[in-house]
Structures are given as structure tokens and as C-alpha cells.
Write a protein that binds this ligand. Structure first.
Ligand code: SAM
Length: 319
């Protein structure tokens, strides 16, 4: 399934990954495939082949337009892609079909893009990349080789569906967790957005991120934060905004302190933002609840559990 990726990295600076990656992926294929995996593969295989008259990854993810295909193909693409619900991260525009995802991931991109080092000709890694929306935007910003990792297999299918139309083998998604990465020390920029609060050991996580960067490379870390001083860290109870797997929400100053302790330098907080109801909302492409349902109906400044509502910050640092 990933032979083309192995061939690509055999000829680039990631070739040392070949020592462990194929065996790891093989083990994953043998024992960790999702029960729906073979159905999903059939859905992917049924997508019509198309010839987009243009692809624009610089202002969004825009692939061709409606005139490239006939009405039957349009309907077929829509029906097949809806089998991969819930579509959380996007949006995508495929031959005029607007995949209106739960999240406007372009808002996050717009918040960080002015602050990061230019991606032109860079090797870039996105840890916890979801369906890969930001991978396409990284490539659109000129990155030479883009790798995303995410253990959620439905997101791999959504990525593969987009790859079916875009066909760019310099953009890749592997079904791995951060804990499956060896110390690659190869990427110019590592993104880790929306993942730290899902990790039970955030300090270990920061070391894992650092281990992927070349010396002097750039980390772009986005995470949920709370207001407070350098000693403030919220560890919520069983749920935060109905999510079960949320562990540590530091203040900005506490997060900066963690980055310092892990040996990062030149640490900057470039943006803070309260997640708004137009950034995360229910659409036709998800059947589940969304932000409005996770907030206190009488006071949107609080989650339904009474914690501060989701507020996010973007940190940039060098290693
Ligand atoms: C909140 S989403 C963030 C997606 C995207 N980075 C963004 O900012 O929009 C968190 C992602 O982390 C992924 N994830 C969960 N555990 C992970 C792990 N151990 N290693 C890497 N990614 C993980 C999830 O599958 C999910 O796609």
C-alpha cells in the first residue's frame, strides 16, 4: 500500500526511515486494520478517474471544476465521498463539490501562515494531520516533501480520496501515531496541531517532536490553552467539551516553560483565539454533534462541564 512512498524516500533525506517503517506498516496491515477497511478500499476504487483542468492548493484545496465531469460523475463522487463521513477537517472543493467539513481548517491555516518560516523546498511533517487538509496547504506553500501521520484510519481514507483527484506523490499520509516514529531528525518544519492535549505525557510528546527536526528546524505547535500564569495547567475531569481524551491544558506561559525545559529556543506565541461557532459547526458532512453542543447553552464562555470554552494558541520555536 505504501510502496510508492518507500521508493520516494529511498531517494531522499528520509531514506534511513526504511530501516523500520516497512516492518511497522506490515505489522499494522496484519493486525490493526479497521473492520470497515476493505469496504472503504472498495469505495475508493469506485471513484471515477477525472482530469482536473486546474489544481490550486495555495488559497484552499480546489481541484478542477464542475465542467470537467458530467452530472452522473458528480453525483457518484458525492455519494461515494459521503460514505467517509464524518468529514471533520477541510473544506475541500472537488470538481465543484464543496465538502463542507465540520471544521474550517483554513481559518487555522490563515492564523499561522503569516508567522511560519517559508515552506518553499522544505521537508515538512504534520503530526496528527487528520484528513490531511493542512498537508495540501503546506504543499501549496511550496514544500518539497510533505508527510502527515495520523492513526485514525478513516482519515487515511479521506486523504486517499483527495489524493485520487490530486495525484501528488510528494504529499503523503501514513497511519502512524507519534509514538511510532523513530528519531528521524530530518524535517525542516514539524507541525503538531490539536494533538498535545490528547497526550498523557506532554513533555515526552515535545521530545518526540524535537526528535523529528533537523538542527535549527522549526516547530509549529497549536494547542488548547487556558488563561493563567506560568504555574497554571488545567487537567479536566473525565470530559472536556464532551471529549474523553483531554489531559493537559496549559496557560501560554506554562506552555512556553515546557518548550524551554525541552530545549527549544526562540519560542514565540504568535496567536491566541477562542474557537468560534463559525469555525467548528455541524454540516451535511458530519452526522455527529459539534461545538454548539459542547458549550453551556446559557453561557458560551464555558463548556458544558463548566470549564473555560476552547481557546487555542499557536507557538513557534526552534530546536
Ligand atoms: C484535534 S485533531 C487535529 C487535526 C489537525 N492537526 C488540525 O489541527 O486540524 C487531533 C488528531 O490527532 C490524531 N491523533 C490521535 N492520537 C494520535 C497519536 N498518538 N499520534 C498522532 N496523532 C494522533 C487524531 O486522529 C486526530 O486526527
Amino acid at each position: 500500500m505504501f510502496n510508492r512512498f518507500y521508493q520516494k524516500i529511498a531517494g531522499n533525506r528520509l531514506h534511513h526511515w526504511l530501516v523500520s517503517l516497512p516492518a511497522h506498516i506490515q505489522q499494522w496491515q496484519q493486525s490493526h486494520l479497521h473492520g470497515e477497511f476493505s469496504h472503504w478500499q472498495k469505495t475508493l476504487a469506485a471513484l471515477p478517474k477525472t482530469t482536473p483542468n486546474h489544481i490550486d492548493l495555495s488559497k484552499g484545496v480546489f481541484v478542477g471544476d464542475k465542467n470537467d465531469i458530467n452530472d452522473g460523475e458528480f453525483k457518484r463522487i458525492e455519494n461515494l465521498l459521503k460514505k467517509f463521513k464524518p468529514w471533520r477537517k477541510g473544506p475541500y472543493h472537488i470538481h465543484g463539490l464543496h465538502i463542507d467539513t465540520e471544521w474550517r481548517s483554513d481559518f487555522k491555516w490563515d492564523r499561522l501562515a503569516p508567522h511560519i518560516s517559508p515552506l518553499k523546498d522544505k521537508y515538512v511533517l504534520d503530526i496528527g494531520c487528520g484528513s490531511g487538509y493542512h498537508l495540501w496547504r503546506m504543499r501549496g506553500a511550496g514544500a518539497k516533501f510533505v508527510v502527515g501521520i495520523d492513526p485514525t484510519q478513516l482519515f487515511l481514507m479521506q486523504f486517499n480520496a483527495m489524493q485520487h483527484f490530486i495525484q501528488d506523490d510528494n504529499v503523503n499520509l501514513l497511519p502512524l501515531g507519534v509514538e511510532n516514529l523513530p528519531e528521524l531528525k530530518s524535517f525542516d518544519t514539524v507541525f503538531a496541531m490539536g494533538v498535545l492535549y490528547h497526550r498523557r505525557s506532554p513533555i515526552d510528546f515535545l521530545y518526540q517532536l524535537k526528535a523529528q527536526l533537523v538542527k535549527g528546524g522549526e516547530l509549529v505547535l497549536e494547542t488548547l490553552i487556558v488563561d493563567g500564569d506560568e504555574n497554571t495547567v488545567l487537567v479536566p475531569g473525565e470530559r472536556y467539551a464532551k471529549m474523553r481524551n483531554v489531559w493537559f491544558l496549559p496557560s501560554c506561559d506554562a506552555m512556553v516553560g515546557w518548550l524551554e525545559r525541552c530545549g527549544f529556543n526562540n519560542i514565540r506565541v504568535v496567536n491566541t483565539d477562542i474557537t468560534a461557532l463559525d469555525e467548528q459547526r455541524k454540516t451535511d458532512w458530519i452526522d455527529t454533534e459539534s461545538l454548539q453542543d459542547f458549550l453551556d447553552p446559557n453561557d458560551n464562555s464555558k463548556t458544558i462541564e463548566g470549564y473555560p470554552a476552547p481557546k487555542r494558541a499557536i507557538f513557534i520555536a526552534n530546536c
